[in-house]
Each structure stands twice: as C-alpha cells, then as structure tokens.
Design a protein around this ligand. Structure first.
Ligand code: FES
Ligand SMILES: [Fe+2]
Length: 394
C-alpha cells in the first residue's frame, strides 16, 4: 500500500501496479501455471461440430471440432506443415484436414494423411504431430486440460450436479450468468471470482445503491464468517429476517475458478448450480454455468433484468443510475491496481482467497500438486454445503 501524503492530492499518486502473479494467465506465469493444472470449460457440447470453431482460453487460441466419429478435438490452430490456420480446415470422419495441402489430423494431433507427399506421407506423417490438448465432456460442457500432460488430474464431479432430485436434469449455459452483463466481460477473471467472497457488497450494490436487484432479504446486512477449506474458501452469511426467522446463506469458491453460489433470489435449499469463471486471457473472462433444472431453457431465462430489460438494453445513464456487478467489476479496470487498494475487515474473504491462490501457485512452482487436483478414482468428488437455509423464528 503506498504511503499517503497528508494533503491526499492525486498529484502524489505513485504509478499504479497490479499483482501479476495473481492475475495474469499466460503460460509460464505463476497463476497461468496454477490454472493449467485444472480442467476448464471451453464450450458447450453443442459447440463442437463439423465446423471448426475458434476458441480462446488462458490467452491461447485454439480450434475446437468434432470428428465424424463423435470425438471432440482441440488443436493448436497453426498447421504444423506451413502454418495456415485449421479454422479453414474441413472436418472428416477421422479428424480435421488442413485446407492448404490437405494434411489430416485426428483429435490427438496424429497426422493420418499427406495427400501430396510421396506415398501419402507413409514415411513422413509419423514424424509430425499437430499440437493438441485433451478434452472431456460432462454436464453438457467440453472441458480442456492445458497443463503438463504428466500432471493431468481427473475431471471433477460436483455433488451439486450429480445428486439430482426427482424430475431434475443438468443443463449448461455459456452466456455469462453472473457477470451482471454480457457473456464476455472486459476485465480480469479474478475481479469476478473474488467477488464471490465479498458478500458485503450485496446489501450495498444490489440493494441500497441501485434499488433491489435480487430480493429484499438480500438487502439485509449479514453477519459473515469465512473459512478456508481443502478446496477453497467458504462464507457463512446470517441474515435476521423481518419475520423473526433466520437465513443462513453459504457460498463457496473452489479453486481455481469455480463458484458454488445458490440463487441470489433465495430459492430455499441446496445450491443448484456451478459457475466456472473462465479466463479467456488476462483481460477478458466469461462464465460457464451448469445447473440442476426441471425445465429446458430455464438458465437462459434467469439472466439479470432491470425494469424488465436486459443489461445490454440499458442506456449509459441507467448504467450509472443502477450499476450492478458488471459496472463494479469492469469499473475496476482491465486488471485492477492492487497498489491502490485499502482492504478492510469486510474484505477478509477476498484476502483469504488471494492468499490461497498465491500459496497454491507457489506449490506448483515448487513442483507440487495444487489443492483439489485428484488422481485416484473417487477423489475427484467435490462436496458442497452451499445453499440458502431458512430457519423460522423459535
Ligand atoms: S499448411 Fe497445412 S497442410 Fe500445408
Ligand atoms: Fe454482486
């Protein structure tokens, strides 16, 4: 924290800085390497088709496709022959064929055909490999692992999405539920993720300041307690309700980017959805969501509305008059300046989450496995106590 001169003049502000080790996601950075030890969603299952689809994740541009046999593939876009992009390739039964000289690559980058090399490349094709990443599908999403192959963990299973009540099924959404605005937010992923451990912004931003954006009870200032657990940080929020009852709301952050947050409209009971904060790069993120639902299309309809309109339909004055999460988080800048912060008691959850991320990044840098990386069957199960728990007056 910079020392502040008595007069407080902006003239004396030092050059602002952000904590790169906590925020930047490129390969070789501390956080980039921590993030690369986990699986991340790269698309809906329906995004992998016979049409090559460009995707960007952790600052890397890749091509997603699904071969004729139904297998999804995620390849580095520049063809390993002479570098044109596989975006213009054609997907076939066994893989994707580059448009330029027709080299054919399967979902793991093996070259299967070189039509204009002698003998269709019989003696050459085994010597090249298109760079690739493994993918797995679950919950209607495609997950990718961009880390060192020898450290690839099992794809997690979330209790929230595995234990279904009667009539429920799991549905996925890619429209950035929880960003407060559009699907792709122009700021650092951590500004969104650490907001999950900031329950005291709720009665201010989402109620007092902007009018009631969720439901009235969320405007009550809660008593909050935070705790670190094996996989992340959890908050316990207790609200004394007007009817004499109590609302115990529990929210969780699971490393490295997972939100386990029950409905802010206070549907009673256990949390119904998981949100993955996906860093597209260091200055842009999106959110993928999967939820237990009873009706198809429900997720698409719960998008935030302000006086009946979508965030994108609001005027600039309305954004100023009733800001929400998008305005507050994008308003912190592309990557917030940590050097200018003054953290208080209400920021304890944010401090704990940042500390845990730093610790786990250091563990990876020292050659260890990070929290929650599971390698034996059964250990990839992630329990949750998140939910809205109501107790009536005694
Ligand atoms: S550049 Fe792809 S086959 Fe030649
Ligand atoms: Fe919020």
């Amino acid at each position: 924290m910079p020392s502040q001169r008595q007069d407080g003049s902006a003239y004396h502000l030092p050059n602002p800085q952000y904590e790169a080790g906590l925020t930047r996601v490129e390969r070789g950075t501390p956080m980039g390497e921590l993030l690369r030890r986990y699986w991340h969603p790269v698309g809906l299952a329906s995004d992998a088709t016979s049409r090559p689809r460009p995707v960007r994740i952790l600052g890397e541009d890749l091509i997603l496709f699904r071969d004729g046999g139904g297998r999804a593939g995620l390849l580095y876009p520049r063809c390993c022959h002479r570098g044109t992009t596989l975006y213009y390739g054609k997907v076939e039964e066994r893989g994707i064929r580059c448009c330029y000289h027709g080299w054919l690559f399967d979902a793991e980058g093996h070259c299967l055909d070189m039509p204009v090399e002698p003998g269709n490349g019989a003696s050459f094709k085994h010597k090249v490999r298109q760079p690739w990443y493994p993918v797995e599908e679950r919950y209607g999403l495609i997950f990718a692992y961009l880390g060192p192959p020898e450290h690839k963990p099992l794809l997690p299973r979330f209790q929230v999405l595995e234990e279904l009540d009667d009539g429920e099924f799991v549905e996925a959404d890619d429209q950035g539920i929880g960003t407060g605005g559009g699907p792709v937010a122009p700021c650092n992923w951590l500004q969104h993720f650490e907001n999950v451990m900031d329950p005291l912004h709720v009665p201010v931003l989402h109620d007092g300041f902007s009018g009631t954006q969720f439901v009235g009870a969320m405007g009550i200032v809660p008593d909050v307690r935070f705790e670190t657990f094996a996989l992340g940080v959890r908050s316990y929020q207790v609200r004394k309700l007007d009817n004499g009852g109590t609302l115990n709301r529990i929210s969780e952050t699971v490393l490295p980017t997972v939100r386990v947050v029950a409905s802010p409209r206070l549907t009673p009971g256990r949390c119904e959805s998981i949100g993955w904060t996906l860093p597209i790069d260091s200055e842009t993120y999106t959110v993928y969501t999967a939820a237990r639902v009873r009706e198809a299309g429900v997720l698409g309809r719960i998008r935030s509305r302000f006086g009946g309109r979508l965030w994108s339909e609001l005027t600039e004055r309305e954004h100023q008059d009733m800001p929400g999460d998008w305005e507050a988080q994008v308003g912190q800048g592309r990557i917030t300046f940590h050097s200018e912060e003054h953290l208080g008691a209400s920021d304890r959850g944010v401090i704990m989450l940042r500390k845990m991320l730093r610790t786990e990044a250091a563990k990876v840098a020292a050659g260890g496995h990070p929290a929650g990386a599971a390698f034996t069957a059964g250990s990839e199960w992630i329990e949750s106590s998140a939910g809205n728990w109501f107790a009536s007056a005694q």
